[in-house]
Design a protein around this ligand. Structure first.
Ligand code: DGI
Ligand code: FE
Ligand code: FE
Length: 190
């Protein structure tokens, strides 16, 4: 699918601020894909659709989780975690996107997971560092993203876990799995 067509498809599903975020994630993901030898077209399509399901109503998302192959344990965690998995389901059902690499990048963009592909890490990091975001610690992740994708993805999962624990939120297992896997990869394990 052409990027321009994908952008036209997602636009009516997003707020204008979210659409602009999506455009910046796309540019950042293409930049990182180029840098780390991942497929740029796939990075662009995954980025354009990554927040596709963000504004579906909760009952509809619940219904998709219950009636599909998606893991039911999602329902025991914050609904913010649903839009990646549900988005990966809906891009296939509604737009015929069946490429498993694209679908997995969309699926895991919020939590990450163990053994992420380069494309998954590209989107996971791009969503976090796109130029419209600003919070403390972000410059370190931006700098690192240009040198070491694993280290940047590790920083994203570490920061996310610290942020969530600071708020005493629950943390989805894949979020921990991403952190543990990248920690082992970077340190040789312990
Ligand atoms: O959709 P975006 O706002 O662009 O970004 P996102 O999909 O990466 O993240 C949405 C939110 O999800 C973000 O505030 C962090 C939060 N999040 C990530 N992992 C977990 C989580 N929230 C909970 N409760 N548990 C998690 O494991
Ligand atoms: Fe998201
Ligand atoms: Fe996003």
């Amino acid at each position: 699918m052409e990027t321009s067509k994908a952008l036209r498809i997602v636009k009516p599903h997003l707020t204008s601020a979210r659409y602009e975020h999506t455009e910046r994630v796309m540019e950042t993901a293409v930049h990182l894909a180029k840098l780390y030898g991942s497929n740029e077209e796939k990075a662009a399509i995954a980025a354009v659709f990554h927040d596709y399901a963000k504004y579906r109503n909760l009952d509809e998302m619940k219904k998709w989780i219950l009636s599909s192959y998606l893991p039911k344990d999602l329902l025991h965690y914050h609904h913010e975690l649903w839009h990646g998995p549900v988005g990966s389901l809906l891009v296939e059902r509604e737009h015929g996107i069946i490429d498993p690499e694209i679908k997995d990048a969309i699926y895991y963009h919020t939590t990450g997971r163990a053994h992420m592909s380069t494309l998954e890490k590209v989107l996971f990091v791009a969503d976090y560092i796109e130029p419209g975001r600003s919070f403390s610690g972000l410059e370190e992740v931006r700098d690192t993203a240009n040198r070491n994708l694993d280290k940047a993805a590790w920083l994203v999962s570490r920061n996310t876990i610290q942020f969530l624990m600071g708020k005493e939120n629950t943390i989805y297992p894949d979020t921990f799995h991403a952190y543990n896997d990248l920690t082992n990869k970077l340190s040789g394990g312990n």
